[in-house]
Write a protein that binds this ligand. Sequence first.
Ligand SMILES: NC(=O)c1ccc[n+]([C@@H]2O[C@H](COP(=O)([O-])OP(=O)(O)OC[C@H]3O[C@@H](n4cnc5c(N)ncnc54)[C@H](O)[C@@H]3O)[C@@H](O)[C@H]2O)c1
Ligand SMILES: CC(C)[C@H](C(=O)O)[C@@H](O)C(=O)O
Ligand SMILES: [Mg+2]
Length: 366
Amino acid sequence: MATHSLFLLPGDGIGTEIMVEVEKLIAWTNAEGLTDFSTDTGLAGGAAYDKHGVAITDEDVAKAKAADAVIFGAVGGPKWDAVPYEHRPEAALLRLRKELAVFANLRPAICYPALASASSLKKELVEGLDILIVRELTGGVYFGEPKTITDLGDGQKRAIDTQVYETYEIDRIARVAFDLARTRGGKVHSADKKNVMKSGVLWDEVVRNVAKDYADVELHHILADNAAMQLVRTPKQFDVMVTDNLFGDILSDVAAMLTGSLGMLPSASLGAPDPATGKRKAFYEPVHGSAPDIAGQGIANPIAMIASFAMALRYSFNMIELATQVENAISDVLSDGLRTGDIAQDNCRTVGTEEMGAAILAKLKA
Ligand SMILES: NC(=O)c1ccc[n+]([C@@H]2O[C@H](COP(=O)([O-])OP(=O)(O)OC[C@H]3O[C@@H](n4cnc5c(N)ncnc54)[C@H](O)[C@@H]3O)[C@@H](O)[C@H]2O)c1
Ligand SMILES: CC(C)[C@H](C(=O)O)[C@@H](O)C(=O)O
Ligand SMILES: [Mg+2]
């Protein structure tokens, strides 16, 4: 079996705690001969800042670029609130996304049957929920220039962030969404603010053009604010939702709660296939952050991280069966009544990060 390289960046806070559980999974799949992963580990975020004075070193960015897939935990925390803006922990994430050019961020919100009553919404609204948010990840207001704070000299300052989208960026993310919709429910909602933003006008125009190549997929336009409301009103009306970088960030946190917890939502960020090799750069991370409020206590939910690893198996290594086995193991453990604190329920057993990871691994071994 060919050796595949994984570059692990645990990051800060619970990032380091949940990564341990993925490392155990990798050790087991390797030992069983199911995979042949070589792993290397780097520093990102506050951890890198403390050691090197930057959110990520050039060397670790180079390693991330060279790897077959990057598995990322989470970065950030109050400890680094005062570091210079360009070195804040989150800068590592943004630099990696941009330099790896992983423009397509897939954020699946699936409500596992056992968790239907753990959601803050009524059970019948979320039971069987399976939606996919396709977030544009390398453009928009996250990266647009100018991005400045100017002193106006009279005690006032002016802050500017710039939302920029070009046709090719919208076209390629729309195609990802339509291609995926074809493999699922055949429906795309495109969310923008074309009623207020020029970038929204272009977004809608380009998405409608792309839709002409996908006559078999239903396209619906939705304003992003309405999308947030509809996600908590009748979430099962959605199949695939494609949206820009900022709206995608917000809407995916909303979608996360439909599944029971932010600790449940994995993500895959994919680049364009290399024309010579067909390989694409890929970056896998949970949607949640470093959860400073619970870091260091061993109680974080490792499921989003483990499910992100399952996405790596599926999207980077075409190990569909193994990916499905990992996802089924998660589902089975939840059906057995095991819960971390964030999804705690009556008549269920609340366990810590390590026990949840071990239980998922035990299901795989069974
Ligand atoms: N990908 C990333 O690295 C990433 C993503 C989001 C936020 N952040 C950063 O994380 C830091 C904290 O941000 P925040 O508090 O707004 O968001 P957060 O996602 O870290 O936490 C929000 C809430 O969800 C809970 N939570 C999140 N993940 C959980 C898990 N796996 N298990 C149990 N509970 C979980 C937390 O305890 C907290 O109450 C900030 O510095 C932020 O910039 C990083
Ligand atoms: C940490 C932050 C930069 C990041 C984002 O805004 O993209 C996070 O919230 C996410 O959802 O991945
Ligand atoms: Mg976010």
